[in-house]
Write a protein that binds this ligand. Sequence first.
Ligand SMILES: [Zn+2]
Ligand SMILES: [Zn+2]
Length: 327
Amino acid sequence: MNNYLKKVKFKLHLDPKIEKRGNSKLFIPEDKKAVLLIYADFELEWAWRYSKHNENSLHAAKKHGLTERENVPVVIDICKEYQIPITWATVGHLFLKSCSKDKSIAHENLKRPGYFENQFWSYKEGDWFDADPCTDFRTNPEWYCPDLIQLILNSDVKHEIGCHTFSHIDCTDKLCPPELFDSEISECKKLSKALGIDMKSFVHPAHTIGNLDGLIKHGFTSYRTDYDNILGYPNKYKNKLWEFKSTWEFVLFKEWSIKYHIYRYCEILRRAIKSNTVCVLWFHPSMDRRFFETILTKIFEFINENKDNIWVPHVSEYVRFLNKNGL
Ligand SMILES: [Zn+2]
Ligand SMILES: [Zn+2]
């Protein structure tokens, strides 16, 4: 869909779609009118190395990784200024200070995906971890970032560290057997546990939804989907795992003015308040820095002006609220 049509659909209230549900009051605290969850998909170079959209995917991946590194402290500062938490769906490899090649391959103890091609990535040769430099976070800061994770943990805002697999795999049941999923998630859990983090919130890389029973088995309480743009309410899988439906992504469209971007995100929040729904926003911290400096600050300002109406918890805090309500 082109960006002009997106504007039209938005104006006509066709996007995001608003879901109605009889027991909506159970999803929103009594003294609020809407809930807002904000996710960052935190992945440095890992998400982009097999990208089909770049001819030299490794070169582009490095650029994304380094830009993300520069942007994350900026985002953390903005969150601090407005006291707004983010749930950081973090690629497990980022926890590492360093890694090395045992024998001839990286992360020899981990299972590998088979060769595959999906909508986003094409992995056709070599070893899944071939691009891993097997150095440390000072030599290759685009592959590791224990320093940034510490920055998030040290912030006086209650951020959450969630999971985005160890090496940004496709998690669909078709391409990811349970043994591969277990191997990736166990590694993430081991590394986060060493920092005292008990990861509860999960985001499938590129929304490659699958292995939901595996998520339950590893103690996760929620995941995020992106089948449509929704202002609505979460569903529960097997009465154990909450599904949060994306409302919109933070994106900077060059055809749109800064003013229109600000208007649009604030209007989404106004619609959430009006419809008493849950709004789920997410972004890649590697995006154009101008978005954070000129648009995100204005959205956060709007949220703070409407804090009486909008509750902005991190994701597992919201899950606790839902479970307390007996949902
Ligand atoms: Zn490594
Ligand atoms: Zn991702």
